[in-house]
Design a protein around this ligand. Structure first.
Ligand code: IMP
Ligand code: MG
Length: 175
């Protein structure tokens, strides 16, 4: 498959995605059904994973869709992250973050810190993919669909320069 002159090849097929999502949904249901958790889907990449997981949960769940905007602040503040779209009061709440992929872990680490600062009681992290060899953060991931090597992947919500999020299987950059 060609995206912006780069060639991608099939990597994780639909059956494997569905099987892992079902297993994760079962675990998340069992572990969180009595907590009334707020699910936070990190846009844009997690929209497909979020939809699939939520449909399989065994209880009526609350979900909100957030974005992390990163921009360069003043020299002293360095790189600033802003949390957009969180309108709920999360004081004392159990939060489950839904991510498409964790690479360096910096996004998830900043997000977790911002949620704790807003009073979240507990922040659980679920990511469909995880690249252990790239991980620089210290927060533990609670649920992971697949550990993958340092491949660049698209599909199942993930993009290359904005394209490919709609593909229902996961492709990796050929090379
Ligand atoms: P991190 O902060 O380095 O962990 O990066 C997290 C974000 O980068 C993910 O939520 C994705 O949006 C994006 N990302 C990281 N690796 C890939 C990839 O292989 N394909 C597409 N997006 C990726
Ligand atoms: Mg993401």
């Amino acid at each position: 498959m060609k995206v912006h002159h780069k060639i991608f090849e099939p990597y994780i097929n639909q059956a494997d995605i569905e099987r892992r999502v079902r297993e994760l949904a079962e675990q998340i249901s069992a572990d969180h059904k009595d907590e009334n958790p707020l699910f936070l889907a990190v846009l844009n990449g997690s929209f497909m994973f979020t939809s699939d997981i939520l449909k399989l949960l065994e209880f009526p769940a609350e979900v909100s869709f957030i974005k992390i905007a990163s921009y360069l602040g003043t020299e002293s503040s360095g790189n600033v992250s802003e949390l957009i779209g969180l309108n709920e009061n999360i004081e004392g709440r159990d939060i489950v973050i839904l991510e498409d992929i964790v690479d360096s872990g910096l996004t998830i680490e900043k997000l977790q810190a911002m949620l704790i600062e807003k009073g979240a009681k507990n922040v659980t992290i679920a990511s469909f993919l995880y690249k252990p060899s790239k991980y620089k953060a210290s927060v533990p991931l609670d649920y992971v669909g697949f550990d993958i090597p340092d491949y660049f992947v698209i599909g199942y919500g993930m993009d290359y320069n904005g394209y490919g999020r709609n593909i229902k299987e996961i492709y990796k950059l050929k090379g």
